[in-house]
Design a protein around this ligand. Structure first.
Ligand SMILES: [Mg+2]
Length: 138
């Protein structure tokens, strides 16, 4: 796992950029979620968790005021690609960042074609993720 110490100035910047910015983290694995939760909270973001793709879609249906979604691809019940397609039908304006540890060549295009706005491979590096989130806020 990458360390969270590399946040530094990006962390301070993101605090100034968005107070109350809510990120939905769709992630089925507890340890992955805990890691992501730690680094996003440290960067000043609010977050919600979906345990699978269907829960992520349900949050959007409930209009949970979500500003951005970090979408794991490999999840039970409904995977991240299917969930992204459903969410983009409902709320195309919400940025979705796909993530997976198991990408093969060509996967990035599959994720983007499904409607994902960006892609970050696991293990997620804190600085890279925060920079990516900030680039979709601006
Ligand atoms: Mg997973």
């Amino acid at each position: 796992m990458a360390d969270t110490n590399q946040l530094g100035s990006v962390q301070r910047e993101s605090r100034q950029v968005q107070a109350g910015f809510k990120i939905l983290v769709a992630e089925d694995e507890e340890s992955n979620f805990r890691y992501i939760e730690k680094l996003l909270k440290k960067a000043g973001f609010d977050l919600l968790r979906a345990n699978n793709g269907l829960e992520a879609v349900e949050y959007i249906e409930l209009d949970a005021k979500i500003n951005l979604i970090l979408m794991d691809i490999k999840m039970p019940v409904m995977n991240g690609v299917e969930a992204t397609r459903e969410i983009k039908k409902l709320k195309p304006e919400i940025p979705i960042i796909a993530t997976t540890a198991f990408a093969i060549p060509g996967d990035r295009e599959v994720f983007l074609n499904a409607g994902c706005d960006d892609y970050i491979p696991k293990p997620i590096r804190a600085g890279e993720l925060i920079d990516m989130i900030l680039s979709h806020i601006a």
